[in-house]
Design a protein around this ligand. Structure first.
Ligand SMILES: [Zn+2]
Length: 263
């Protein structure tokens, strides 16, 4: 997006910012949204005045009180200005799934997202069209905490397992947010993140003992990504777990009389 297109936000007011997947959405009055994606990483920093601004940056906003917001991309990134009307049609964000930190991301919501879907659990959760905001770092421990193997078939999940998965996704993400993200990341004020190996349970811990049972954690290939699993706590169940205990009980009764597949 050419810089001159951003002129229409001059002297407008910036409102709240929300995270959605790898994107940040900031409302700009009266009807614009500043969309920012740090790509493979970068620094988004707020400065009380120019003295702490970095030498190099790709984007800068200067506010009326002379404070500044800078964005520096490590590799690539995106900054788009999109009106409320165009937002739903925005090619890169229009199809994003729900954010796992959204208050509407409940266990029931997760069950309904998984409902009727097939395939491997982990790749489904990483697909930003299903849930936008869980990457390969943050998927490892939620699966472990919920005692789920990454290659588990979605249609065999029980209601209890989905509840446990939902809870563990929220716990892991909230803990990282509280600690301002990973160690190589910074918050808006330049304070370093503290989330890392001390907090990880199985993530990036191959060869180390499982914190629950003591078995050795292994690293396995799961599609295009690597997974860290405890072979004892996260057994890959291949057979059906009994449709009577299926997760569909968690969601609203279906209006159609379609029978549940018995696999
Ligand atoms: Zn274990």
């Amino acid at each position: 997006m050419p810089p001159k297109r951003f002129r229409r936000i001059v002297s407008k007011t910036m409102r709240q910012t929300k995270a959605h997947g790898k994107w940040l959405f900031t409302e700009i009055e009266p009807e614009d949204n500043l969309l920012l994606n740090l790509g493979m990483g970068g620094d988004l920093l707020y400065h009380k005045d120019h003295s702490t601004a970095p030498e190099k940056y790709q984007f800068k906003l200067t506010f009326q009180d002379n404070s500044e917001l800078t964005a520096s991309f490590f590799w690539f990134g995106y900054i788009h200005l999109v009106s409320n009307k165009e937002l739903i049609k925005h090619k890169m964000t229009g199809k994003l799934g729900i954010s796992p930190t959204d208050e509407n991301f409940t266990a029931e919501k997760l069950a309904s997202i998984l409902s009727g879907r097939r395939g491997m659990l982990k790749s489904f959760l990483l697909d930003q069209k299903n849930i936008a905001g869980i990457g390969n770092v943050y998927i490892q421990d939620p699966l472990f905490r919920a005692k789920l193997h990454p290659l588990r078939k979605i249609q065999t999940l029980t209601e209890a397992e989905i509840k446990a998965l939902h809870l563990s996704i929220r716990e892991v993400l909230n803990e990282s947010i509280k600690l301002r993200g990973l160690k190589y990341e910074k918050d808006l004020y330049g304070r370093k993140g503290e989330y890392g190996p001390e907090q990880f349970m199985v993530a990036y811990k191959e060869g180390k003992p499982c914190p629950v049972c003591g078995k050795t954690i292994v690293k396995i290939k799961t599609g295009n990504t690597s997974s860290y699993v405890c072979p004892e706590c996260q057994q890959l169940k291949t057979s059906a777990l009994g449709p009577a205990h299926g997760y569909r009980q968690l969601i609203q009764p279906r209006t159609s009389g379609r029978a549940r597949p018995s696999d």
